[in-house]
Structure formats: C-alpha cells, structure tokens
Design a protein around this ligand. Structure first.
Ligand SMILES: [Zn+2]
Length: 101
C-alpha cells in the first residue's frame, strides 16, 4: 500500500490523562499526531527505539514492538488515544501475570 502519511510528535499537556509506561519494556509513552490521507488522528506509543544491547551499532533500529503499534492505536482524540493505550498495556500486564494453563 502507498500511503501519504505525516507523523508529528506532540507534547504532553497537564489536561491529558496519564498514560501508563510500556508493558513490554517499561519505556516512556509518547504522543503523536498522525495525518494519513487527510485524516488526522492521535496515537500513543512507546518511546524506546533501541532494545538490543549494542543497538547503536545496528544497521537498523530495533524498536520495542510498542514503538509503532498497529493502526488500531490511531484515535480521534488525545484522550481516546491514551485510553486505548492504557487498555492494551493493562491487558498485557494482566496476561503476563497469569500462570500458564
Ligand atoms: Zn516499549
């Protein structure tokens, strides 16, 4: 697919709901504005772009899987984006805490 896409970082504001730390790696959450085919959405993702030890020497960056999550994370508002992010992080933590069946 060939998308026209523009992604811009946003600053957190005091009025934003608090976003949980990444359940995969503990990284800090970051807020982004995504403009795709004229539709503007907000997205929270993990800010940790280097996971592997020595990653600064890697030919490509090796990001946390939550660094650029699926389009399901693109929401109309900042609040909805944080809400969805928190739901997923809480669920990941819950699943990880469960005993294997
Ligand atoms: Zn992460």
């Amino acid at each position: 697919m060939n998308w026209q896409e523009d992604i811009r970082p946003l600053e957190w504001m005091g009025s934003d709901p608090v976003a949980m730390r990444c359940a995969c790696c503990g990284g800090a959450p970051s807020l982004w504005e995504v403009e795709r085919e004229g539709v503007v959405t907000k997205m929270v993702n993990c800010d940790r772009a280097e996971l592997r030890p020595g990653a600064e020497d890697a030919p490509i960056t090796e990001n946390c899987p939550m660094y650029s999550p699926s389009m399901a994370f693109n929401k109309a508002t900042r609040r909805e984006a944080v809400g969805y992010w928190n739901l997923v992080q809480a669920r990941l933590a819950e699943l990880r805490a469960q005993e294997p069946a």
